[in-house]
Design a protein around this ligand. Structure first.
Ligand SMILES: [Zn+2]
Ligand SMILES: [Zn+2]
Length: 159
């Protein structure tokens, strides 16, 4: 995506929470695990993985809900306190410095197709993954999969 397209805004259903993503994400994940299917009530979760400081609140204050996750380490999901829509979450692996922004809450969600599909072992069979998309039955090693620029950005969040 052209960098001129940013910032891109998003928010919850009742509009109490509004936020902006200041740059493109490092990567976009479609997660087909059963946990994400349950949580979204759908077939997969679509997450834009981005540095926490590149997501700025414009309005409102999301509320933290500790939620069990596939890894057993839990997921910290931030939701609108009024309409309870999930806006983003933090996983144990990325910690507080990496946000998984729910692509469906962005005002232009069409602009963020997945780069990588994970946990396709539990993909719902009707979901057809387009040719050329990277897919993994479970997870993967970012060092083997991410472009160097994205790896450098990730590394910078580890400090
Ligand atoms: Zn809301
Ligand atoms: Zn998942």
């Amino acid at each position: 995506m052209a960098s001129s397209a940013f910032p891109i805004e998003g928010g919850c259903a009742c509009r109490a929470i509004r936020y902006r993503m200041t740059t493109a994400p490092m990567v976009v994940h479609a997660c087909h695990c059963r946990w994400c299917q349950r949580e979204t009530g759908a077939s997969f979760a679509l997450n834009a993985v981005i540095e926490t400081d590149r997501v700025e609140l414009i309005q409102g204050q999301p509320e933290l809900v500790d939620t069990p996750s596939h890894s057993g380490k839990g997921q910290k999901i931030w939701r609108c306190p009024t309409c309870r829509i999930a806006l983003w979450s933090h996983y144990a692996g990325g910690g507080e410095t990496v946000r998984f922004v729910r692509v469906g809450t962005l005002d232009s969600p069409d602009a963020f197709p997945p780069d990588i599909h994970v946990f396709t072992a539990s993909k719902q069979p009707w979901v057809q993954i387009p040719a050329g998309h990277k897919t993994f039955e479970e997870f993967y090693n970012a060092k083997e999969v991410w472009p160097p620029e994205a790896q450098a950005r990730w590394k910078a969040t580890r400090r």
